[in-house]
Write a protein that binds this ligand. Structure first.
Ligand code: MLT
Length: 250
């Protein structure tokens, strides 16, 4: 069994993700926001690499069914309907909509994971379902990659903590003796050991968490730290993120 953690998509090569199950984490805030959007009834989220690409994708969609969302420097892109604050993505705002989204790091990480067998969009708010799906991938294929969005091609504490929380929960009985891990996974496990289950503490300690609080997004940081408030499993395939529905739900 093998678990790898990558702290940023910078330097990731296609073979790091090819044919694997990959969990993408951008806890502050893109993957949390995507979970809010789909739990709120959005039809799909379409990640775009740039503002220009988002506008291009949007042109091919029915105007009434579509919303543009995204941030630069954590603030809504001018002319876009929504920013990247999960609290904006209420059911009233997003139900039935296709959301074209571009963010500084989160959507880049998702795009970098293309080529994977399966891409799971992970956050604290949907943690239990992510664990369940990642465990199934490990049982079936013996392998999992966890990709942190990081910040501007660098390490981000909140994502590394989440990766460690996930890796820890997934460790088989017998722990590290029974699983092959890369250095990223080992380091993330140490970070998770330091913070325990205290998501809010880890998020508040991070540079991004402190910056968001300074910009007036303190409630976002809190919302992003709450486990299992939005039980939805977003999967990214064919350039669309949609909520996975177990077969028996139709
Ligand atoms: C990102 O994708 O860079 C982040 O989600 C930034 C943010 O907090 O808006």
């Amino acid at each position: 069994m093998k678990i790898d953690v990558f702290f940023t998509p910078a330097g990731l090569s296609p073979s790091d993700v090819a044919g694997r199950s990959v969990v993408v984490l951008d806890i502050l805030r893109a993957t949390t926001t995507i979970a809010f959007a789909l739990a709120g009834g959005a039809k799909a989220v379409l990640p775009a690499a740039s503002t220009e690409e988002a506008l291009r994708i949007a042109q091919n969609l029915e105007r009434d069914d579509m919303l543009l969302a995204g941030e630069r420097r954590s603030v809504r892109i001018p002319g876009f309907a929504l920013g990247n604050s999960p609290l904006e993505f209420t059911p009233e705002a997003v139900r039935g909509k296709t959301i074209v989204m571009t963010t500084t790091n989160g959507t880049q990480a998702l795009i970098a994971a293309q080529g994977a067998r399966e891409i799971i969009v992970g956050a604290a708010v949907n943690f239990a379902l992510v664990v369940q799906r990642a465990r199934a991938a490990l049982e079936q294929h013996g392998d999992l990659a966890i990709l942190c969005a990081g910040r501007e091609r660098q390490f981000a504490l909140e994502d590394a903590f989440a990766a460690g929380r996930l890796a820890k929960v997934l460790l088989p009985e017998g722990g590290l003796r029974r699983v092959e891990v890369n250095d990223g996974a080992l380091a993330s496990l140490e970070i998770a050991r330091h913070f325990g289950e205290r998501w809010l503490r880890a998020l508040r300690a991070s540079t991004h968490g402190r910056e968001l609080a300074g910009l007036g997004f303190r409630n976002d940081v809190k919302a992003c730290a709450e486990e299992n408030t939005h039980p939805v499993l977003p999967l990214y395939a064919d350039r669309r993120i949609t909520a996975h529905r177990p077969p028996n739900e139709g």
